[in-house]
Design a protein around this ligand. Sequence first.
Ligand code: NAD
Ligand code: UD1
Length: 337
Amino acid sequence: MAVLVTGGAGYIGSHTSIELLEAGHEVIIVDNLCNSDKIVLERIKELSGKSPKFYEIDITDKEKMEVVFKENKINSIIHFAALKAVGESVAMPVEYYSNNLISTLVLFELMKKYNVKNFVFSSSATVYGDPEKLPILEDSSLSVTNPYGRTKLMIEDMLRDIYYADNSLNIAILRYFNPIGAHKSGIIGEEPNGIPNNIMPYITKVAVGQLPHLNVFGDDYNTVDGTGVRDYIHVLDLAHGHVKALEKLSENPGIVTYNLGTGRGYSVLELVKAFSKASGKEIPYKITDRRPGDIASCYSDPTKAEKELGWKAKYGIDEMCEDSWRWQSQNPNGYKK
Ligand code: NAD
Ligand code: UD1
């Protein structure tokens, strides 16, 4: 089955491409490399023993994208490509709306023209806003507080409208919690641009001595130790979740939405402790003010994905930390030599 993977050179897309190739799918990656490196493609080949087809194209360019649809018999699309930094989206909303929404609309138009029926969308736990109830179920109320999050919720809404108009489509909306970890080989992983916003890449950069200490954003939340609690999930578990979602779509389920999380929350200080144990490195930290827009706790109820997809996260926090550390310690400068 030919799967178009947009953003397949990125963090989650590269791990998922390997999983898809290993499951016997034909993979076509489209990525403009605005937040990734071409070398990832060689590593995908090295790890899976198979070469995905690759197009270096900006998905907002409909003419160039049409060539991809003409040249390949695409059965399904997994749409990872997006800009994803929350702070940047507040400073550059036009770029975020333009990139994330136009690229998705181009895909919808071409899907219709080339009769592609299956679509998997990378959504985020960010669409739950500050959750009213924990753990979070898929039917919880939705709200967003920044342009990045709004692009995710807008695309979810578009997908619900598009399905309403055409019931022959099969759509999986996957809401990821907090992806961390890396491939077991340590040769692909997460490489954020500049100083990381998310906690795990920040911790690993402290561990390799590129940043002096971690700033812990607030210790006065109503949580186990006052620091923020999140549902960290191994990127390999997420990758597997996409293969399971494709299997589900082949049963013609219509539009379906799943949380991809472990169901277990860890505080910032618990994560730091687990990372120190996994890496043998002390992580110096300072408690600072809360980060504007942050919430106290966010963790999933993943039972719907378990029941309907037969998917369950198998890696715990220790392995997530070990694998993040293996990637960072073997590649202190990421994909750059
Ligand atoms: P990433 O930045 O590593 O990967 C995204 C890829 O998309 C990059 O390789 C980038 O070059 C490409 N891209 C962006 N715009 C493009 C365009 N117009 N045309 C072609 N390629 C383009 O990000 P990631 O962490 O792998 O995230 C993948 C998806 O998952 C994103 O949609 C993101 O919003 C979503 N998500 C990520 C997280 C997370 O914490 N990483 C959490 C929830 C949801
Ligand atoms: C962030 C995004 C969210 C996105 C998610 C996954 C914000 C406000 N939200 O959420 O939209 O879906 O990433 O990509 O950016 N922390 C520190 N010090 C740091 C970094 C983080 O203490 O240097 C704390 C945070 O306060 C939080 C936890 O670590 O409690 C996790 O933070 P982060 O990795 O940024 O993820 P989210 O806040 O869940």
